[in-house]
Design a protein around this ligand. Sequence first.
Ligand code: ADP
Ligand code: MG
Ligand code: MG
Length: 207
Amino acid sequence: MVVSKKQVIDWLDASATVFEQQQEFLTNLDREIGDADHGLNMNRGFKKVKEKLPTLEDKDIGTILKNTGMVLLSSIGGASGPLYGTFFLKAAECVMAKEELTVTDLYNLYREGTERIIARGMAHPGDKTMVDTLSAIVSSLQTQQEAPLTSALNSTLVAAEAAMKSTIPMRAAKGRASYLGERSIGHQDPGATSSYLLFKTLCEVVG
Ligand code: ADP
Ligand code: MG
Ligand code: MG
């Protein structure tokens, strides 16, 4: 089984719904250790992506993801816009001209996208950012390349959730939350949470 182009479109479309529904939740997480706008940022960005989807339906997966990255770059402010924007732009390069994705394609896409986020934001696992969740997804997908798609996605989702929760006891070393020092401990990172929600939505769409 593979991820079809239609499922990629459905993933982005469903993500817009998820970020609309979870806007309050993400913003409340960001209120604890940031500036209370992460839910707003994600909702605004994916709403714009959703608006663009009808023009992308007949394009290949690389082009769809590239456009997603460009829309996110231009519509989300703050730290997360450029980071998620470059994630999708870089991910797109790995899957140019593809009409479907295998587990290995997903691994390559997440690995390249995450490496770009690390190169840009200089955060590493343990710094209490989206990189914690994304790195866990990359490591899991790497080991799941021979597994059937749905089981690879399901076990990776478990790893992603654990990584998201692992940010709670961490002291933030990057981003706004790092200004709080010790006081950032005890709160789940908003970006680690949005990265989990994005992957969870992919799992749900693929079924
Ligand atoms: P801002 O902090 O500019 O208001 P958001 O609230 O939208 O932007 O996003 C905050 C999230 O961005 C954080 O929870 C964290 O996961 C992520 N983040 C911040 N700085 C970095 C960085 N340097 N590298 C990776 N992720 C980061
Ligand atoms: Mg914020
Ligand atoms: Mg902000």
